[in-house]
Design a protein around this ligand. Structure first.
Ligand code: MF3
Ligand code: CO
Length: 237
């Protein structure tokens, strides 16, 4: 899983480097697919419940599962979340980042990105043997809400291993001490989705793209984390 996690990171870095005003989200899909194949892995998303691409590229008010399109052209001031999964020798890796387009995003958007990324770190910090899934969710939620943003409820993190999605579900909200207990050797994908406005979501007619109901901007960061006796180990770094 370290090897698949490392590949996911390399794919996200190559894809991030291609983000620029004027590029389409399908351009990003092509970069991601080439990198996955060059590194000897297979895409985890393409064909998963008939999802058509290797990458999810979700722009601005899109939360997750944006489908790459030639028609979706990025412009300065946008944010785009890049979410990618791969499988290598039967083991899955899954990670996401949200990046600015150009260098002119507003301070408020910059705060959304940094708060979401830091909420992931807070969740990872809580991913310890003997803690529960509720401790992870509570850590994420508390940090996000203390900073004036909201966490999405309808999409959650997950166990990961020989399948992309395994038990347990890992919500980005929760009550300390509640939910399944974390054990040595478990691997979970922690993936806060944070809205600038209200938490409510809806799914577009394409049946995939999740957007904020109030049209506010949304960011997403994800890591796969191994729970070990020596503390959390990030596999997608
Ligand atoms: N990255 C999403 C997750 O973390 C999965 C995308 S679903 C897919 O669970 F269908 F696009 F693969
Ligand atoms: Co995931």
């Amino acid at each position: 899983m370290r090897r698949s996690g490392r590949i996911v990171r390399q794919v996200l870095e190559a894809t991030r480097d291609a983000v620029a005003p004027g590029c389409s989200t399908m351009d990003l899909e092509r970069v991601a697919e080439r990198k996955i194949r060059d590194l000897g892995a297979k895409p985890a998303f393409k064909g998963y419940y008939d999802y058509p691409c290797v990458l999810c590229a979700s722009v601005n008010n899109e939360i997750v599962h944006g489908i790459p399109s030639e028609r979706r052209v990025l412009k300065p001031g946008d944010i785009v979340s890049l979410d990618c999964g791969v499988v290598l020798d039967g083991y899955y890796g899954d990670a996401a980042i949200t990046v600015p387009v150009g260098d002119g995003i507003t301070p408020e958007l910059q705060k959304l990105l940094s708060v979401t990324q830091e909420s992931l770190s807070q969740g990872i910090e809580a991913a310890r043997v003997g803690n529960t899934v509720g401790d992870v969710g509570a850590a994420v939620q508390q940090y996000v809400e203390a900073n004036g943003f909201s966490v999405v409820r309808e999409f959650v993190g997950h166990g990961i291993g020989t399948r992309l999605h395994e038990d347990p579900q890992v919500p980005n909200y929760g009550t300390p001490g509640h939910g399944p207990r974390l054990r040595d050797g478990m691997v979970i994908a922690i993936e806060p989705m944070v809205n600038m406005g209200r938490p409510a979501t809806r799914v577009l007619d394409d049946k995939w793209t999740a957007v904020t109901e109030d049209g506010s901007y949304s960011a997403h960061f994800e890591h796969c984390v191994a729970v070990t006796k020596n503390g959390p180990v990030i596999l997608t770094e």
